[in-house]
Design a protein around this ligand. Structure first.
Ligand code: ASP
Length: 317
């Protein structure tokens, strides 16, 4: 097989990221992109690269995934994650898991060690035990900021419904879902997404992130996608697969991402963001929220940003 130029794209969630965590969000996606790119440059697989990137983002409390996950209506953590291998089309996901640090690793175990695609709640935690994944006290994943946000939500319940739907709210409610898409030197593509969901969500609510075709999709012949934003809107549009289908029909990655998010906006009034890599290694991203932290590593160059027109570039050593 001919070797190709590895590429990785990262997102740290599409929403109105407040100024006080904007730098930490930028740094988080840069760190994750560097890590994934290093793996790819050393001949590692796209799957290893996206998993390692998402672990970094889950461990960084500024993002709504792993440590720092948003709290549900009962004030508890329920996390969702998925991963997909574009070569075999194998996929693994977990939903509503509580006491593990890195749901993305458990999602990969579901993909590689079971005949299933998605395990939820208690069953997912039982599987984690079988795999000797250390169980952590869910309270160790709760941050001050998430607690404060939950308390704010409790006070202004109605605002959360409108947060992603283009009705501006000044409430500091966080939604930093994370995701990664990578293409390795063998042209294999993988995608991964992880989230704590949306503050104040119903107990048992599952968003788009663990749903293959909604939050995540990868197929070597066409491309890979990871999404973020209002989960219920993303599910209705099957955003990840919609982007893939547009690319399959010949559309460029960037146009496919933009057009799909516009469709989500006009058809179900949902806002969000997506990252993508096409089969030819072309990276793309777009968001219809105020901000989204993103980073791309390709040809030893790292680029990143957060505001709509922001783009920073640095050479990687
Ligand atoms: N899509 C996630 C969810 O609805 C949230 C996000 O991306 O911020 O669970």
């Amino acid at each position: 097989m001919n070797k190709v130029e590895p590429v990785v794209v990262i997102h740290g969630g599409a929403w109105a990221i407040p100024e006080n965590i904007s730098d930490a969000s930028r740094n988080g996606v840069k760190l994750a992109a560097r890590k994934a790119y290093e793996i790819l440059k050393h001949g590692g697989s796209a799957l290893d690269a996206v998993e390692a990137a998402v672990v970094i983002l889950e461990d960084e409390p500024v993002f709504d995934a792993g440590k720092g996950s948003c709290l549900n209506a009962a004030g508890l953590i329920e996390m969702d994650a998925s991963i997909m291998d574009g070569t075999s089309l194998k996929a693994g996901a977990v939903a509503a898991v509580a006491n593990i640090s890195n749901p993305i690793c458990l999602a990969r175990m579901v993909m590689e060690q079971t005949d299933h695609c998605l395990l939820v709640g208690e069953g997912a935690n039982m599987f984690a035990n079988e795999c000797n994944v250390p169980s952590v006290d869910p309270s160790s994943l709760v941050t001050e900021a998430c607690l404060e946000e939950w308390q704010t939500f409790e006070k202004y319940k109605s605002a959360v419904d409108s947060l992603f739907n283009n009705q501006i709210t000044s409430l500091p409610l966080g939604h930093d879902t994370v995701g990664a898409v990578a293409m390795d030197a063998n042209g294999r593509i993988a995608a991964a997404t992880s989230t704590g969901g949306i503050t104040g969500k119903r107990v048992g609510r599952v968003g788009d992130s663990p749903l293959i075709g909604s939050g995540t999709y990868a197929i070597d012949e066409i491309g890979g996608v990871s999404c973020t934003g209002h989960g219920e809107s993303i599910i209705k549009i099957c955003l990840a697969k919609h982007i893939i289908c547009l690319m399959e029909s010949g559309m460029k990655a960037q146009e496919a991402v933009e057009q799909s998010l516009q469709l989500m906006n006009s058809r179900v009034k949902g806002a969000g963001g997506a990252i993508c890599i096409s089969a030819s290694g072309e990276p793309a991203f777009h968001f219809t929220t105020e901000r989204m932290a993103w980073a791309i590593a390709k040809a030893d160059v790292l680029s990143w940003g957060l505001d709509p027109k922001e783009s920073n570039v640095e050479k990687m050593a």
